[in-house]
Design a protein. Structure first.
Length: 157
């Protein structure tokens, strides 16, 4: 079985797949696999994913990508006989959000990181973020309507 360079970081030899496959970055490969998984109507095997990618990637590469996505909590897997069935937990946007949260979690001063992030947003992105936060606060308030005491968030204007 031919083996495509490990997640786009292949060696100098010809892998029979063309240089296009070797040059794709890990994020692009993960996005492609997530897109294929997202089109499934039920949990699927890695071979199903590989077939939907038109055989562009070796089976071992698909397994490696799925395993990395599992580590990022972007997919889940359940045993089916001797193999696994895979299900997406996050789409491409969700995977990016997971990366952002992981980066934030790695920093000691979350307040400074968030402040710097928000100050660099475009006016459109800032309005969108405010709208999303407002909607989340309203949803939290509606969820907590049947409970005693304030919800976990308070609106600050």
């Amino acid at each position: 079985m031919e083996h495509v360079g490990h997640l786009g970081h292949g060696g100098g030899g010809d892998d029979g797949q063309g240089s296009r496959t070797r040059r794709r970055g890990q994020g692009q490969l993960e996005a492609q696999v997530l897109a294929v998984l997202g089109s499934a109507t039920a949990p699927v095997a890695a071979t199903w994913v590989q077939e939907r990618l038109d055989g562009e990637l070796a089976y071992t590469t698909v397994i490696t990508i799925l395993t990395r996505l599992l580590g990022k909590q972007a997919v889940t897997r359940t045993r089916s006989g001797r193999s696994f069935l895979w299900t997406p937990v996050a789409d491409e946007a969700g995977l990016t959000a997971l990366r952002m949260r992981r980066l934030l979690d790695e920093r000691d001063d979350r307040d400074a990181v968030l402040s710097s992030f928000v100050s660099a947003l475009s006016p459109h992105d800032e309005r969108l973020l405010r709208s999303l936060l407002s909607a989340a606060d309203q949803a939290d308030g509606a969820d907590a309507a049947g409970t005693v005491g304030p919800g976990p968030h308070t609106a600050e204007s």
